[in-house]
Design a protein around this ligand. Structure first.
Ligand SMILES: [Zn+2]
Ligand SMILES: [Zn+2]
Length: 276
């Protein structure tokens, strides 16, 4: 079950896999709005809720406890605003492209992949790590997509994977290890066109960091723009992954302009600074 919350005071929104996970993220966010209601002096820390006037007080040494109790209190005012059974796709009208910022191959990125792949009938995964992606699907999705297309630079994509590609309708499309961007675009277009299935398509795009390290930012920007229009025509839901440790802040700021939504994945919480 995924819970969604939207801030009533700004454009922030988040999705979380549990109420507990939501509580942490929402409490922290709401404290940001109420920073002036938390005061610290030599003796103690005092907070007073801006909504209901409730006060909390501790000795200064327990600063973290005070902050936590304030956040928990603030979340209490927001808990009834949580919407259950939500999906990030709803925030982009079911189709579109979402940028996911998360450390590569951590739990947060895996949670995001599972969340997005669970949305479509069919999956297309553009990756250099096909075995890990197939194992993730096998382990976390309630059932396999009707069809899965792996577009990959890996030389032997299915080696070491204990999954029968025929039984699971897995098709492999090879991508040149050092392709130019028009080559990547053409390969993807062909893979989309030759799709037999007619269900909705969820497209995972893992190789953005590799492209950014090899091509100029504006070239990648232009490529993403073209790919997005192609996927829009397909009414696909596309999710692109960036590792904040490997990407310059300025680059991700520029890239965000291509996407319908940008989220940060942290554990079981997906947060967006700006939700339409
Ligand atoms: Zn806010
Ligand atoms: Zn209150």
């Amino acid at each position: 079950m995924v819970y969604r919350w939207r801030c009533r005071q700004c454009a922030f929104g988040c999705w979380a896999a549990s109420v507990d996970a939501a509580a942490g993220a929402i409490g922290t966010h709401l404290r940001g709005h109420a920073e002036s209601s938390l005061r610290r002096d030599d003796v103690g820390v005092v907070w007073q809720c801006p909504h209901c006037g409730t006060r909390g007080e501790t000795y200064a040494g327990d600063h973290d406890d005070a902050v936590e109790s304030f956040e928990t209190h603030l979340f209490g005012h927001a808990e009834s605003q949580l919407e259950a059974g939500a999906h990030i796709a709803d925030a982009v009208g079911g189709t579109g492209n979402v940028l996911v910022t998360a450390p590569a191959d951590g739990d947060a990125a895996a949670n995001a992949r599972t969340h997005f792949l669970a949305h479509g009938d069919d999956a297309m995964i553009v990756t250099a790590a096909p075995a890990a992606r197939l194992r993730l699907i096998d382990r976390t999705l309630p059932s396999w997509p009707a069809a899965t297309t792996l577009v990959t630079t890996a030389a032997e994509p299915l080696s070491g994977v204990d999954i029968d590609p025929e039984a699971k309708s897995i098709e492999v499309v090879s991508l040149d290890g050092r392709p130019d961007l028009s080559g990547v675009g053409e390969t993807l277009s062909r893979a989309i066109e030759s799709r037999q299935a007619t269900g909705t398509l969820s497209v995972e795009f893992d190789i953005l960091p590799a492209l950014l390290s090899r091509f100029e930012l504006r070239t990648v920007f232009r490529f993403l723009h073209l790919l997005s229009s192609r996927l829009d025509r397909e009414r696909a839901l596309a999710h692109y992954y960036l590792d904040p440790r490997r990407t310059q802040r300025a680059s991700s700021n520029v890239l965000e302009g291509v996407f319908d939504l940008a989220i940060r994945a942290d554990g079981a919480v997906f947060a967006a600074e700006s939700v339409r």
